[in-house]
Write a protein that binds this ligand. Structure first.
Ligand code: ATP
Ligand code: MG
Length: 320
């Protein structure tokens, strides 16, 4: 059964979709059978990975219109990476779901059906805490929370953590917080460094070692309908997502790591204190990212227009 990871933050534009697409892409390149379920009516991940939303083969149709789950699974440009597209219909699902028995569990049923075919399943969630989000969290084993390195990004994090605790305690679902991921980090900006440092110091769960830098290539890649690894594989944003994929692969591998994560969680300051503390404390300490030298070279398999499979070492330039 796949390891299922929801990418969640009710705040808009913090890098959820960028993370879902690129983390999924690198895990696929590292040899894992990976599925990305676009569960946002904005369907940004669908478009960003070059898949159409104009059909009756989307997640909405699988959940609420009787479509066969397998027919909604679409291939992407990358070998091992599949997508279940979203469409604007998904906004209507919110209303249709309300009267359905087991309305919180429809996505979990879908995931249980397709899960055996995959090593990883990612769920890209919308910027809200509604029934779609609850479905996403109940379908997942873990949640990754992208946090943009800006002052207001911390607001709402305690509400999100409360929702996660409610799901754990009242719906008895053992959802783990994989961690917070610092996104759009700019080491030249003092505020960015301060937010990163304070989240690291006080977030009551793991914060991933890697920081995702602000990177033009990451913002551009979706307009080419490709993950960044097929657009600018040597860019700092691409290399950061590669490191993140390796960090995620290492996580929860052994019970000791999990126990340490839980101890850390109990020791930590409540998240409400983070925002205050950033305002009070102006000192800045740069955070060291893991070294690229630790990485092994990757080989990338890409499906070309004519359906053939091309193989590249990561160091080559890619046609875009
Ligand atoms: P929403 O809440 O609307 O679903 P989101 O949290 O999924 O948004 P993204 O769509 O991933 O956020 O990112 C918002 C915008 O910021 C996009 O235009 C994206 O290309 C850009 N962006 C995301 N991450 C980075 C980055 N590290 N560097 C530069 N631009 C980025
Ligand atoms: Mg998004």
């Amino acid at each position: 059964m796949a390891r299922v990871i929801a990418i969640c933050n009710q705040k808009g534009g913090v890098g959820k979709t960028t993370t879902a697409m690129n983390l999924a892409a690198y895990l696929a390149i590292l040899g894992n059978r990976t599925l990305l379920i676009d569960f946002d009516p904005q369907f940004n991940a669908t478009v960003g990975l070059g898949v159409t939303h104009e059909s009756n083969e989307t997640i909405y149709h699988a959940l609420l219109a009787g479509q066969v789950p397998e027919r909604t699974i679409k291939r992407t440009h990358l070998a091992h990476l599949d997508v279940v597209p979203a469409s604007p219909d998904l906004a209507g699902a919110l209303i249709e779901l309300v009267n359905l028995p087991g309305r919180e569990y429809v996505l979990r049923n879908f995931v249980a059906h397709v899960g055996p075919q995959y090593d990883f399943i990612f769920i890209d969630l919308p910027p809200s805490l509604n029934l779609l989000t609850v479905n996403g969290l109940l379908a997942a084993h873990e949640v990754i929370i992208p946090v943009q390195c800006e002052y207001y990004s911390l607001e709402g994090l305690s509400q999100l953590l409360q929702t996660i605790h409610l799901i754990r305690d009242h719906l008895s679902h053992p959802l783990k917080v994989g961690g917070a991921l610092l996104t759009m980090y700019d080491k030249r900006e003092k505020l960015s460094r301060e937010v990163a440092r304070e989240v690291r110091r006080r977030f009551p769960h793991k914060v991933y070692d890697v920081e995702i830098p602000r990177s033009v290539s990451l913002a551009e890649a979706p307009s080419f309908h490709k993950p960044v690894v097929l657009h600018a594989p040597q860019s700092p944003g691409a290399l950061a997502y590669e490191r993140l994929a390796r960090e995620v692969l290492m996580q929860f591998e052994d019970p000791a790591t999990l126990a340490a994560a839980l101890r850390e969680e109990r020791r930590a300051t409540p998240i409400e204190k983070i925002t205050e503390s950033i305002a009070e404390d102006a000192e800045s300490i740069p955070v060291n990212a893991p070294q690229a030298a630790e990485m092994q070279p990757l080989v990338i398999f890409e499906f070309l227009e004519d359906g053939s499979l091309a193989e590249y070492p990561q160091s080559d330039d890619f046609p875009v």
